[in-house]
Each structure stands twice: as structure tokens, then as C-alpha cells.
Design a protein around this ligand. Structure first.
Ligand SMILES: [Mn+2]
Length: 199
């Protein structure tokens, strides 16, 4: 019988309280309320394009700014992703691609091999999205996610003018590459995709 690849987390700190449930083998159904509308938009895209079922309820100190809520949501999603993957039996492990969003183009490559690493590149001076969502929060989210998911993540925003489109390319690319890397390869079902036999 196939592993059930889902996990739920409740995490409370002095800055945020987050309840998150993830099913890697979902259909893209999302229920997201983080108090940060743009983050909700990105997480809905992540679920939809990654075919993950995802529910997130976050209450953070957004009266200060969005930083803690965005970073902590990335941490909890990463922890849930790692836990849901379990021993990673039969997964493809790698995913990559180029993802266009209108004029923006983003490269994303991921290895779920258990060695956390992030290389993030984007043009300097990208303006805020709306009036409050600093574009640098995209990188904060990716770093928090990757280090907790134990993922190697390379993301490069190759070009773009609209920061909303650039962020959307990043999250859609993350969704597609995570789906590709986490999918189970029936040819190696039950085995771990490493010559070390452990990930
Ligand atoms: Mn959009």
C-alpha cells in the first residue's frame, strides 16, 4: 500500500500562531488565511499548481510588518513537506523548469535529497507589491521553506517588470518543481533514489 503523504502542524511563538495541513498527493484544493493577502494568493497558487491540498491559518504580528508571518509560514510549510515525504521512498527527487508569467521569466530547480541549500537571484530594486509586500519577502519565504523541507533550491528571476508577475512566476515554478520532485516513480517504487540508499 502506498504511503499516506500528509502532515499537520500547529506552531505557536511570540510572533505567530500557525495551523497548517498538507497533503502532497492532493488535487490542488486550498484554504488559506494568513492575514497577508498577497501571501494567501501565492499559497493558493502553490497548492493549485503543485496539486497539493493545503490549509493554512496564520495569525501573526502583521501590525509590525509581514516579515514574521511570511517567514514562519515558510518554516511550517517546509516542516510539513519534509514530514509528509517521510523516507522519500520512490520519489523522482529532482525537478526543474523555466516558468513564464507574462513578461516575467523564472528558473527554478530543486533537489529533495536532504541537503538544504538556497541560491536565490533576482534583479535589484524590485518595487513592493501593492503598498506593503516587500519583494524581498519572496526570498525569505523560499529560504525558510527550503531549510525546513531539507531541499536544495535554486531560483533565478531572469527578467520581469511587474513584481506581482515575478513573484507569481517564482511560486508557480516552486509548485511545479516540487510536484515533479515529490512524485512517486513506479519503476523504483519502495526504494530510495540515492546510491547511498538514504536521503
Ligand atoms: Mn496574480
Amino acid at each position: 500500500m502506498a504511503d499516506i503523504r500528509k502532515h499537520s502542524i500547529h506552531r505557536k511563538t511570540g510572533e505567530t500562531e500557525i495551523r497548517l495541513a498538507l497533503d502532497i498527493d492532493g488535487a490542488g484544493d486550498a484554504s488559506v488565511d494568513t492575514g497577508v493577502p498577497f501571501l494567501d494568493h501565492m499559497l493558493n497558487l502553490l497548492a493549485k499548481h503543485g496539486r497539493f491540498d493545503l490549509s493554512v491559518e496564520a495569525k501573526g504580528d502583521i501590525e509590525i510588518d509581514y516579515h514574521h508571518t511570511v517567514e514562519d509560514t515558510g518554516i511550517v510549510l517546509g516542516q510539513a513537506f519534509a514530514a509528509a515525504l517521510g523516507e522519500k521512498r520512490g520519489i523522482f527527487r529532482y525537478g526543474s523548469g523555466h516558468f513564464p508569467m507574462d513578461e516575467a521569466l523564472v528558473l527554478v530547480a530543486v533537489d529533495l535529497g536532504g541537503r538544504p541549500f538556497v541560491d536565490y537571484r533576482a534583479p535589484d530594486g524590485v518595487p513592493h507589491i501593492g503598498d506593503k509586500f516587500n519583494f524581498s519577502l519572496v526570498e525569505e519565504f523560499l529560504r525558510a521553506f527550503a531549510f525546513n523541507a531539507l531541499a536544495n533550491l535554486h531560483v533565478e528571476v531572469l527578467r520581469g517588470r511587474d513584481p506581482h508577475h515575478m513573484a507569481e512566476g517564482v511560486f508557480k515554478g516552486l509548485a511545479r518543481t516540487l510536484d515533479e520532485a515529490s512524485r512517486v516513480d513506479p519503476r523504483i517504487a519502495g526504494s530510495v533514489p540515492s546510491t547511498k540508499e538514504v536521503l
